[in-house]
Design a protein around this ligand. Structure first.
Ligand SMILES: Nc1nc2c(ncn2[C@@H]2O[C@H](COP(=O)(O)OP(=O)(O)OP(=O)(O)O)[C@@H](O)[C@H]2O)c(=O)[nH]1
Ligand SMILES: [Mg+2]
Length: 193
């Protein structure tokens, strides 16, 4: 996987063969997950403070010019940026999800320990309304104590309204579920993993 470039506008995006986007609240671990999948430390910019990703960042999966893209997007629900900036990101995200052709699936990232938040559920309802295919990913699984894991899994699936088997548990930090996620991405994009 390689970084291609950042885009500020949806209308600047070229036509590609197939694309997957990572959607989730700020700080949920979208960029970290891209790095884990790519087995690179800082391919995508990550940060302790939310709001690290501000643009539509395109990564290419598979061979050069494969036309199979993975998009890292700005997160939602980050209160510490100005209202104007928050609005700009929301508009950008809305536009992207609504208009992007060849978007074969959205990886909806939910914090395994915290989520789903009200905003996560709102986003989910909206994605379902738009008829987008969703792949659920619970992030930072390493933060969930083993004793609580079964309860958290049941709770997450109940709140998201999907079967437990439909949620992929991952940890970019500890490498949990990454091979599985990589395989899922390859399958969705039609590339060799
Ligand atoms: N414990 C733990 N921390 C993680 C994991 N993945 C990411 N983090 C931490 O969570 C913070 C946010 O990670 P990012 O990958 O930048 O989050 P993001 O979703 O891209 O955030 P925005 O770009 O602001 O939308 C960083 O401090 C990461 O180190 C994980 O699997 N386990
Ligand atoms: Mg990011």
């Amino acid at each position: 996987m390689r970084f291609l470039r950042s885009f500020t506008r949806v209308s600047d995006l070229p036509h590609v063969h197939a694309e997957i986007a990572l959607v989730g609240r700020s700080n949920v671990g979208k960029s970290s997950l891209i790095n884990a999948v790519a087995q690179r430390k800082s391919l995508a910019k990550t940060s302790k403070s939310p709001g690290a990703t501000r643009l539509l960042n395109a990564f290419e999966v598979g061979v050069a010019d494969s036309g199979r893209w993975l998009m890292d997007l700005p997160g939602y629900g980050f209160a510490r940026v100005s209202k104007a900036e928050q609005k700009r990101w929301a508009v950008l995200l809305n536009e992207y999800i609504q208009e992007r052709e060849n978007l074969v699936s959205i990886l909806l990232l939910i914090d395994a320990e915290v989520g789903p938040t009200a905003l996560d559920l709102q986003t989910l309802a909206w994605l379902e309304h738009l008829d987008r295919r969703i792949c659920f990913v619970a992030t930072k699984a390493d933060k969930v104590r083993p004793a609580k894991s079964a309860k958290r899994r049941a709770d997450l699936s109940q709140k998201l309204g999907v079967d437990k088997s439909e949620i992929l548990w991952v940890s970019a930090g500890k490498g949990i579920g990454i091979a599985e996620l990589r395989a899922r991405i390859s399958e969705l994009l039609g590339t060799q993993s």
